[in-house]
Design a protein around this ligand. Structure first.
Ligand SMILES: [Zn+2]
Length: 321
């Protein structure tokens, strides 16, 4: 990749790349929020937590076998409701990151409500794990104009929701800066590979674990070649199933066989990247947040062109709104 102008991060101990396979443990939070008066009527989403009770201890066992610590993003309600499931995550030294209270989308909340629940989630995770969370992944990839200001104000170290870059980068807000550990909800997420969820009208043709694994490995190899961090976002209810988790294990073996990849929690990766930024050994891209000023862009405002030729607003697809 001689043509690549981006400089790789100088990882610890001369490692060529970093990697973290993170898990979003959504459980049945989505079901509670979507059908509060009829939650028992939804087989797919109510099965998720029941399956997570099986899958999460299995994932922790797998990580113990491979000798790695990784990151779990958990809606705080799931921790309150199913503490035993997550005790094993904490006991084994993994990181717990914030993932909403009931997997609520920040863009659907009031500004006051978003901050209220952010603080409550951090309190719950701190009380449960003994450590205040330092990382956030916004449920559903939905954020408000205030989300990143709030994360900075509340002392968060990093976010991992956005897909602006293939390297870690910095979000500049009116409250200060925060590191973004880049997500990729298309290539490094299991949802699009496997999710077939009637409850949410999200029905992909599930791929085989080998096909999905080929997508992830291509992404890992590109991150490895370029000196970036490969960050996967998997879901316990989706990739915690036997055949798929076996494939995740194969990927870990592939990474470890390289001999020069730093597998670490996202907190560890963020701390290291920030250190490199501070000492000048690596320069990140900086993106101003929010991306757009409040309100419509001029081309979509009344009067920009005569009404009969005005661009028509296209409604969002149902699943995202
Ligand atoms: Zn989620």
């Amino acid at each position: 990749m001689e043509w690549l102008k981006d400089a790789g991060v100088p990882w610890p101990d001369g490692a060529r790349a970093a990697a973290c396979i993170s898990w979003d443990c959504d459980g049945d939070a989505t079901a509670q929020l979507s059908w509060p008066d009829d939650v028992n009527g939804h087989a797919f989403t109510t099965s998720w937590m029941q399956h997570d009770r099986v899958a999460i201890p299995r994932i922790v066992d797998m990580y113990e076998y491979y000798g790695i610590k990784q990151t779990f993003f958990v809606p705080a309600w799931c921790i309150e409701e199913y503490p035993k499931v997550f005790e094993t995550v904490v006991a084994n030294g993994h990181e717990i990151g914030m993932h909403g209270y009931l997997h609520e989308g920040a863009s659907h909340q009031s500004a006051e409500g978003e901050l209220f629940w952010m603080r409550r989630c951090a309190d719950i995770i701190e009380k449960f794990s003994g450590r205040r969370p330092v990382g956030n992944r916004s449920p559903g990839g939905l954020m408000s104009e205030k989300t990143y200001d709030y994360l900075v104000q509340e002392g968060f170290l990093y976010d991992s929701t956005l897909m602006h870059d293939n390297f870690p980068y910095v979000l500049a807000t009116s409250a200060g800066n925060i590191l973004e550990l880049q997500s990729d909800l298309m290539a490094n997420d299991d949802w699009v590979q496997y999710a077939h969820v009637w409850d949410l009208q999200f029905m992909m043709q599930p791929r085989s674990p080998q096909e999905a694994g080929a997508v992830y490995l291509a992404e890992f190899e590109a991150a490895y070649a370029s000196g970036s961090a490969w960050i996967a976002s998997f879901h316990a209810q989706i990739s915690g199933r036997l055949a798929r988790l076996t494939q995740v294990g194969r990927i870990i073996e592939h990474i470890q066989a390289k001999g020069d990849v730093w597998m670490a929690t996202m907190e560890e990766i963020a701390l290291h990247v920030n250190k490199c930024i501070s000492d000048g050994s690596w320069k990140p891209r900086v993106v101003d947040m929010p991306l757009y000023p409040k309100g419509r862009i001029p081309a979509l405002r009344p009067g920009f062109v005569p009404d009969e030729v005005a661009l028509r607003v296209t409604p969002p697809i149902p699943w995202t709104d």
